[in-house]
Design a protein around this ligand. Structure first.
Ligand code: SF4
Length: 135
């Protein structure tokens, strides 16, 4: 049986990726009804006024061992996020357009979806090279 190709839920604003979430006025990600494939124009628009990854969520193919976050058997990002004490900040689970293909959902189930909207994709570059929430 062919292995399912999973999607990275914390991709960058780049060619081949799709937009699927927007950081709302409360600093939490609201997911779009459907993902939107990026065009050159959308990539440029995303880069206006600061880092696109601090305002939007993007998805692209999970490249597994081709990514620095791959542990050898899984995505390490969601493991790191789950180690943070976020229980008081957990979000109501939203309908998400990439749920059927999401790497984090595949690994962690619905518990990933409760904290996922709190993060943007550039969190790993912030602080001391660690994570930062969108809120
Ligand atoms: S963890 Fe859940 S909410 Fe976040 S992108 Fe994956 S399926 Fe969507």
């Amino acid at each position: 049986m062919k292995k399912q190709q999973l999607a990275c839920p914390s991709a960058t604003n780049s060619s081949g990726a799709s937009l699927f979430g927007v950081v709302n006025v409360h600093g939490v990600v609201s997911f779009l009804p459907e993902k939107v494939e990026l065009t050159e124009e959308l990539i440029e628009l995303g880069n206006q006024s600061g880092s696109a990854e601090s305002k939007f969520r993007y998805t692209s193919k999970c490249v597994e061992s081709g990514c620095n976050q791959w542990t050898g058997s899984a995505c390490g990002v969601i493991h790191q996020l789950k180690e943070l004490d976020l229980s008081e900040m957990e979000q109501k689970v939203q309908r998400c357009p990439i749920k059927n293909e999401c790497r984090w959902f595949f690994q962690e189930g619905i518990s990933a979806c409760k904290i996922c909207p709190l993060f943007v994709a550039d969190f790993l570059e912030k602080g001391e090279g660690k994570m930062e929430t969108a809120v």
